[in-house]
Design a protein around this ligand. Sequence first.
Ligand code: MN
Length: 248
Amino acid sequence: MKILVSNDDGYLAKGINVLTEALDQVADVVVVAPDQERSGASSSLTLKDPLRVSEIAPNRYKVDGTPADCVHLALTGYLDYEPDLVISGINHGANLGDDVIYSGTVAAAMEGRFLGLPSIAVSLVGNNSMYFDTAAIILIKLILKIQQAPLDSDVVLNLNVPNVPISKLKGIKATRLGFRHKSEQILKDMDPYGRPIYWVGPAGEGQDAGEGTDFHAIEQGFASVTPLKVDLTRHSVINDLSDWLESV
Ligand code: MN
């Protein structure tokens, strides 16, 4: 099995290196990852500037672009073969609920959606992440299961793993995305020249974090797997919208 690995924390991040070491045991791995941290890059592609790829070791490449650039480039001509699977992570921090809208980690997995097998985004929940091994072990279990019994290929799996040793993990749950409260306020500060600068504030707490959500599974000590789709259409509203449009 050939696996393309990327992330949004950059090729030097601990998460992608733990991931790559673990995947090396079960597959042929090629890494194409951003040369610096690009968390929050979502699915942005670099269209007005060229991209440069540097080989840092055999089958290990860094790109001066976004996570989506990396996977897009790899799958549309940079690699001379098609990988079977795209894995993105292990992200340093959660990608729960509406995080997936902004996440470069999830976007890199989304970019692999045209391949024959479901892509996986994997994130370790917590600010001072330590137990990357736990996330790697769960991910390998999922990959072995996918090899045995393939899922629909147009599914992207969003795996979040609590920051605990594997012996403390309660299990794995299929979940839906919850919702977060509105983000915290922006943080205003001053640059050395007296001009105002702003930091985007931290994400809000889980608001819809009830039973069945990704937030709830993590809170209860389980790894959470949410199946994502790319189609953002609100299908249930199409008929109402059609009626509404008649009198426009
Ligand atoms: Mn990140």
